[in-house]
Design a protein around this ligand. Sequence first.
Ligand code: BTN
Length: 321
Amino acid sequence: MNTEKAVLNYFIQNLGNYTSGEELSNQLNISRTAVWKAVKQLKEQGYEISSKTRKGYCLVDNGVLNTAFINKYLHTDNLDLHVYETIGSTNSEAKNISSQRHSTEPLVIISDQQTAGYGRYGRKFESPKNTGIYMSILLENQHQNDLNPGLLTTAVAIAVSRTIKKLFHKDTEIKWVNDVLLDGKKICGILTEGVANLETQSISQVIIGIGINYTTPLELFPAELRERVGSLKELAEKYHVSRNMFIACCLDEFFAIYRNYTSADFMDEYRELSVVIGKEVRIKQGNKIITGVVSTIDDLGRIVLTDGQIFSSGEVTKIRY
Ligand code: BTN
């Protein structure tokens, strides 16, 4: 391992604590000059390293996305985590990788910015840099037919909601199927895409794309969206939660559910947070528009109307409260 990496690793293992140059040089068996040079190089690479006389150095999570920080906060093992500065779309990248990989480990692609981020129905997903969370999780089908895209979308919505509750002590609401709302404004959208295996006619992989307006200034959204979108900016600042920490917590919450997600034991929580149950809605499916009153969301994540109709996809376009 080169000196710079060794110093970075040491800082990460001791996050939040100051270490003197002397201590670093003793621990890593390198000269004081080598310590000084490594710190300088790390700073040039964008790491924020605070230094205090008599106390030494301390690495600061200043909000820049970083695999090392995410891994440090993460409690889930065996994730193949990749962080990019900029990318077209994390979902597209996960799809590209999906055809070439042999590993069964879940793959997580995160980017600071997306130049071609997309949402449901191919809509553009605004993905400005330094502010949002754009992340895709690629899951491999390990047991027969255990990937249910609809139910996985609901599982992620619950994981995001639990993360917000845990880190910011705030309740969210969920608009079926993929929007997480805070104070009535959309702060997170989820887009789940299945990769079909034509031979076995089953879903062999699933890519779950999660887009969160974290500290995104609302002015960056087109005027027509500004009324309906929100962000976690105020809460993230109030509780000093970096994107790295939020991502790690969200992944932990999701994988805790995923282990046993087909049991659907998180669905009661989903129904509690749902803003559509008991409401009159309009569901758009292609050119078809169906109206009705929502009776429930079933344990497969489908919307059930009081007249018995069941939908596993579609867009709830209007809700009468
Ligand atoms: C929606 O609200 O319609 C879903 C939005 C999903 C956006 C995320 S951002 C990360 C991933 N990459 C994409 O291009 N889209 C998803």
